[in-house]
Design a protein. Structure first.
Length: 238
């Protein structure tokens, strides 16, 4: 009887060690650094790679690492009954043209879904909400701003009774835009919708993984959570 074959390592065709690749992806996606910033910081540590290598590694391995983190969180949260979502859209400039980045955030500040579109109408809102519901399940309540596209899209889906609006009710998702804005400035904006969609999804999942709420806990608890997050990252990216 033949033994089951082990899955092939995604690092098998690369001369660099998985630890270095893992560090490069972590530094570039998690922190507001440019490609050349990462290159310089690694050179100081004795690792000599080109900034184009940093670009290639995050493009290849970033979505893989982020997908594994997302799958683990979805499995944990799908059965959570008192789940409240916050939906909002933000402007992002691509080569002088404005596009919209739709984002869903839960009541804990975790970014659930990101979706890029050229319009801010009912069709875009419907595609975004369907994508979030299909991947994460149905929440108890959905908080939005006053954009009428949300209400029209929820009427089509049949979940209008879950919608809530209010003057400051959506501050949770409004504040969650700030880390992405800092990252966007470091990258000198984006050039294509596909690259914006990819980076927004990868950045969201890594931000969730290392969001330790240091302002709400004591120092010892923060250190324990940080060590646990780093250990889990090494397992995910191994």
């Amino acid at each position: 009887m033949s033994r089951p074959r082990k899955p092939a390592s995604p690092f098998r065709y690369f001369n660099s060690s998985p630890e270095v690749i893992r560090l490069v992806v972590l530094m570039y996606v998690r922190f507001p650094l440019s490609l050349r910033n990462v290159e310089d910081l690694l050179f100081e540590r004795g690792i000599d790679i080109c900034h184009e290598t940093v670009r290639m590694w995050w493009n290849r391995f970033g979505p893989m690492f982020a997908g594994e983190i997302r799958r683990q969180r979805v499995n944990r949260m799908r059965g959570f009954r008192h789940w409240r979502w916050h939906l909002d859209e933000m402007y992002v400039k691509l080569n002088g043209e404005m596009v919209y980045l739709w984002r869903a955030v839960d009541h804990e500040g975790e970014i659930l879904e990101s979706y890029v579109s050229k319009t801010r109408d009912k069709g875009a809102a419907l595609a975004f909400i369907k994508k979030a519901l299909k991947r994460h399940g149905s929440p108890e309540r959905i908080t939005t701003d006053g954009l009428r596209s949300y209400g029209a899209a929820m009427d089509d889906i049949g979940c209008r009774e879950k919608q809530e609006t209010g003057r400051w009710a959506n501050n949770r998702v409004e504040n969650s835009h700030l880390p992405f804005r800092r990252r966007e400035r470091a990258m000198h904006r984006f050039r294509r919708m596909s690259s914006l969609q990819k980076f927004a999804s990868v950045h969201a999942n890594l931000h969730n993984h290392f969001s330790l709420e240091r302002h709400l806990v004591d120092r010892q608890t923060f250190k324990e959570r940080r060590s646990a997050a780093l250990a889990e990252w090494q397992i995910v990216a191994s």
